[in-house]
Design a protein around this ligand. Structure first.
Ligand SMILES: Nc1ncnc2c1ncn2[C@@H]1O[C@H](COP(=O)(O)OP(=O)(O)OP(=O)(O)O)[C@@H](O)[C@H]1O
Ligand SMILES: [Mg+2]
Length: 136
C-alpha cells in the first residue's frame, strides 16, 4: 500500500533497481491508479533524467539511461493484432527494459516470463501495488 504519489514512485524505484536487460514488466490497474507514477520511479532507478510523460497518444516512448527503457501504454489498443503493428518484439527481445501500461489490452500476448504489477485505488491518496514474478 502507498499513501502518496511519492511513495508509489519510490516503489517503482525499488523495483527498478532490481531490473536486468530484457526485463518485461506488464502493468494493470484502472485509470489514475498510479501506473505512470510508478514508471517514473523505475526510470529514476535506471538513471533516466528526462521527464516521463504518459505515452497514450504515441503508444511507445523510449528513454536512454543505464539501459534503454521502452514505456508503452496500450490504453488505445484493442487487440493483440493491433499491438503487433507497433513492432513490439524488437523492444521486448532487446537488451532494454520494457514496461507496459494497460498490458491487459493485449491479453495473451505476454506469454513469456515477465514481471506483473497490479495497481488498485484504495481511496483518496491510497493505492495498493502487487508485484509478481520477481523477489520483492
Ligand atoms: N498513492 C498514490 N500513488 C500514485 N498516485 C497517486 C497516489 N495518490 C494519489 N495519486 C494521484 O493519482 C494519479 C495517478 O496518475 P497516473 O498517471 O500515475 O495513473 P495511471 O495509472 O498511469 O493512469 P492512466 O491509466 O490514465 O495511464 C496522480 O494524479 C497522482 O498524483
Ligand atoms: Mg498512465
Amino acid at each position: 500500500m502507498t499513501l502518496s504519489a511519492e511513495e508509489t514512485e519510490d516503489a517503482g524505484e525499488k523495483l527498478g533497481r532490481k531490473l536486468y536487460p530484457g526485463a518485461i514488466i506488464t502493468m494493470e490497474g484502472p485509470l489514475g491508479s498510479g501506473k505512470t507514477t510508478f514508471v517514473k520511479g523505475v526510470a529514476r532507478a535506471l538513471g533516466i533524467s528526462q521527464i516521463i510523460t504518459s505515452p497514450s497518444f504515441t503508444i511507445v516512448s523510449e528513454y536512454y539511461g543505464n539501459m534503454p527503457l521502452y514505456h508503452m501504454d496500450l490504453y488505445r489498443i484493442d487487440s493483440i493484432e493491433e499491438f503487433e503493428l507497433i513492432g513490439p518484439e524488437e523492444m521486448l527481445d532487446g537488451s532494454g527494459v520494457s514496461i507496459i501500461e494497460w498490458a491487459d489490452k493485449a491479453e495473451g500476448y505476454f506469454r513469456q516470463r515477465h514481471i506483473n504489477v497490479f495497481m488498485s485505488i484504495q481511496g483518496s491518496g491510497k493505492r495498493s501495488i502487487n508485484i509478481e514474478g520477481i523477489d520483492w
